[in-house]
Design a protein around this ligand. Structure first.
Ligand code: ZN
Length: 317
């Protein structure tokens, strides 16, 4: 693969359930141009990614041309990375499945590389977001780090001995589907009962609060907002923290991470979440050392920041 030089730009595309975000950035993460479009359902999403990339590349080429006129040199976009939700097979360049957007077995292949005339990497959005938090965000400098991306679902990454664990099928990090309420839990969309996600995802927290109080609430953030004044909110969040801690219990005994990083939309709850999880782990763990629990640095931008870093690095190392 051709290398990306320090003066080269990269194109990062982060595909979410509601919007596709893209940026062209330089080596210092300065944004040269950016854009957001709604995510169409099904395979049409891939055409929308292509068009958004086209638009940003045209903008970047125009500004590079202007620079060349004034400074005698322009900058090229050397590589792109597209990060996708659901199940992704980067080796076969396949978007295997997204329940949110509704695609199955879409061959990405060379469609973006041909269109944009540059090497284009594809990866799983959470793998890239977790890798970015570990290597460049809250986990930098640590070799053994567990990153949880908390949002609509819960998954993340695990780094051991300075390497990202991908697993044989590339699907390591599905923390959300570790069962923690086998006997009396709710059915998870995955088919099992009592997965971490059925208690601790954003949607589950909002649903548990509504069921407990009979009051509809806009989302989990609204539950966190009234934590100090509303005992029902406190009980629901305590239950979610408990499920997260129990889900991490086996992971911590098996791998002994130094650090647990909480990223994604729900991590905006901040210390209410990190402090509570840290305390619960300290209560539960008798043998394994208690890891430090910290907030991610990139928040909801971890996927986009990660995609740009991945495009520049060429590998999740
Ligand atoms: Zn599940």
């Amino acid at each position: 693969m051709t290398s990306v030089g320090p003066r080269d730009l990269v194109l990062a595309v982060d595909v979410g359930g509601t919007t596709i975000k893209a940026e062209i950035t330089d080596a210092a993460d300065n944004v040269v141009c950016s854009g957001t479009v709604p995510t169409p359902q099904g395979e049409a999403a891939f055409e929308a990614m292509g068009e958004l990339g086209d638009r940003l590349l045209a903008e970047s080429a125009a500004s590079s041309m202007a620079q060349r006129t004034s400074l005698g040199q322009g900058r090229r976009v050397a590589r792109a990375a597209v990060v996708l939700p659901g199940i992704v097979d980067p080796v076969r360049s396949l978007a295997v499945f997204s329940s949110n957007i509704g695609w199955r077995d879409v061959k990405v292949g060379t469609r973006f590389a041909d269109r944009w005339r540059m090497p284009v990497l594809i990866e799983h959005d959470v793998a890239v977001a977790g890798w970015a938090e570990w290597r460049y965000g809250a986990g930098r400098g640590y070799d053994d780090v567990c990153v949880l991306i908390l949002g609509t679902g819960i998954s993340g990454t695990l780094s051991i001995g300075g390497r990202l664990v991908r697993g044989a099928a590339g699907q390591a990090g599905e923390y959300g589907h570790i069962p923690v309420r086998h006997r009396d839990g709710l059915r998870c969309p995955c088919g099992n009962i009592g997965c971490v996600e059925t208690v601790a995802s954003g949607a589950s927290i909002a649903r548990a609060y509504a069921e407990r109080t009979g009051r509809e609430i806009s989302g989990a953030e609204a539950v966190f907002a009234v934590l100090d004044s509303d005992p029902d909110a406190r009980a629901v969040v305590d239950d979610a923290v408990d499920a997260l801690a129990e889900g991490l219990f086996g992971v911590i005994h098996a791998t002994c991470p130094e650090l647990v990083v909480l990223g994604g939309g729900l991590a905006r709850a901040g210390a209410a979440l990190t402090g509570a999880l840290q305390d619960r782990l300290a209560e539960l763990l008798c043998v394994a050392p208690v890891p430090r629990v910290v907030l991610g640095e990139f928040g909801a931008r971890a996927g986009l920041v990660g995609a740009a870093r991945y495009a520049r690095a060429g590998a999740l190392e």
